[in-house]
Design a protein around this ligand. Sequence first.
Ligand code: 5AD
Length: 348
Amino acid sequence: MTDLVERFVKNHKLENREEYRELLKHLEDPEAAEYVRVRAVKLRERHYGRAVYVRGLIEFTNYCRNGCYYCGINRENQRAVRYRLTPEEILECCRQGWELGFRTFVLQGGEDAWFTDERLAEVVSSVKRAYPNCAVTLSVGERSYESYEKLKKAGADRYLLRHETASEAHYACLHPSEMSLAARKQCLRSLKSLSYQTGAGFMVGSPGQTYDTLAQDLMFLKELQPEMAGIGPFIPHQDTRFADQRAGSAELTLRLLSVVRILLPAVLLPATTALGTLAADGREQGLAAGANVVMPNLSPRNRRKHYALYDNKLSEGEEAAERLSALAKRVKALGYYLDMGRGDAAEI
Ligand code: 5AD
């Protein structure tokens, strides 16, 4: 194996951006990619054994004040059918999830002003009251420090907020001018300082992405040390300005999952829905590349199709929480098992 790849595997980091760029270039060689994949799987097993953690995803609102160019529920999309679950409906999703064995609920939504701090905090605390041993993860975008603090006090344990890209220039290709990478990073630092288990991450193959911007993503993750990392392919949505752009590649996504596993050995790393959407066995391949989390969909069935971040987004089959046993079977066939516990990040 090349010295650079060996050194990365041994040290879990490289010295600078050029080296990360080189690493990605080296991984175009299938032999190098396979080497890194095997090492990533070993690390995952060292920290988490053969467990695959399960999170129940509740997509509770697709109203959004942001205009992210890639996203199907961005505010400009007049064709999106908007919905918002009531607090009672959110609790009912949790109840169904609890019955199915879920012990972690991820409440995800667009940046919807209806969910003020007070309303959202009330949702979080009522979920925690009803299911005290469950972990609640929020994924509702950028908010103030005070807001994150209130939600933490209400009982939220974790927060997912992808940074999307760590390159200023690339960030500006993907977002309208009122959004900034600096603001996004500030939110992530606030979340960390409030002791949320924090998730960052990025899409693979988003328009304008290069090995150089990916190198910056890897360096940013290494510096932030998030407990979770969400990495999935970009997939175009027909009603966005990126409708005619190419989707990211499953292969590069898989390589990056392995790289991120080596970079942050104890990170919680989902095999994303987007990867499952792009390739029939995408989720399995993700697990075989070093991922260790799956997030079946617990949203009300009649709403799922409306949470369309990209075209053809999976929400049926094994993506659906009701089909947990089918998912368990596929995971078992890989030599892993579904762990329905809280699945906190491992200590290293
Ligand atoms: N393709 C893939 N992922 C997308 N996301 C948003 N739009 C798309 C798309 N078109 C991802 C973003 C966001 C997460 C909730 O979904 O990275 O952070």
